[in-house]
Design a protein around this ligand. Structure first.
Ligand SMILES: Cc1cc2nc3c(=O)[nH]c(=O)nc-3n(C[C@H](O)[C@H](O)[C@H](O)COP(=O)(O)O)c2cc1C
Length: 189
């Protein structure tokens, strides 16, 4: 038997989804950070990613203003701090500071990298599109970094050390640290 799900909750059936912390700055250089799970690579060449944001979020206002953002991939052991960055502080408040997270300069963009995160995609705004109650932001990845022990010899994220945090819904998460391999003869991804 299938149970019908209210359409407003249909998105929760596409889960778990990786959670990232997106860092931005406003025109005065004030840092903002917030978790996002509506995030996805959309092109390999050129390397492009997208995320969907409520247009009222400080993240959106900052991206409109300064046209840059950094996608930081947090490990599961900082879940409580990631959760803390989701609190709705007034614009200009640095959620990283509130959550007890550290930051460091990025290589090519003004928003910083979150030190405790295991991977970072530095992005420049390309275009946006209203998609409903969220706005889809597409950005060019201009630099990318990963902790040396979090990527394996075939350039696959080593989830055993990266322990990526995946969101199921509400305050429920999964630790994506178990690796299994499909029996295929050639790589498809
Ligand atoms: C795990 C998790 C995932 C989230 N994903 C999104 C998302 O994809 N898009 C979005 O607009 N808000 C998302 N949120 C909510 C924002 O992080 C939250 O509203 C935050 O306060 C926005 O911060 P800002 O106003 O500083 O940008 C998520 C929250 C959590 C806890």
């Amino acid at each position: 038997m299938k149970r019908e799900v209210d359409l407003s909750l249909a998105y929760r059936l596409i889960a778990p989804r990786p959670v990232v912390i997106i860092t931005t700055v406003d025109s005065n250089g004030r840092i903002n950070a917030a978790p996002f799970s509506l995030v996805c690579p959309v092109s390999f060449d050129p390397p492009r990613v997208m995320f969907c944001t409520d247009p009222e979020h400080d993240t959106y206002l900052n991206v409109k203003e300064t046209k840059e953002f950094v996608i930081n991939v947090p490990p599961a052991d900082i879940l409580d701090k990631v959760w803390e960055t989701a609190r709705d502080y007034p614009r200009g408040v640095n959620e990283l500071e509130k959550a007890g997270l550290k930051w460091e300069p990025s290589l090519k963009v003004k928003p910083p990298r979150v030190v405790e995160c295991v991977a970072h995609l530095e992005c420049v705004y390309a275009w946006e599109r209203e998609v409903g109650d969220h706005v889809m932001i597409v950005g060019d990845v201009v630099a990318a970094f990963v902790n040396e022990d979090c990527i394996d010899r075939s350039n696959v994220l080593d989830v055993r050390t990266a322990k990526p945090l995946l969101h199921v819904g509400r305050n429920v998460f999964v630790i994506g640290d178990k690796r299994i391999s499909a029996k295929i003869t050639r790589s498809r991804g």
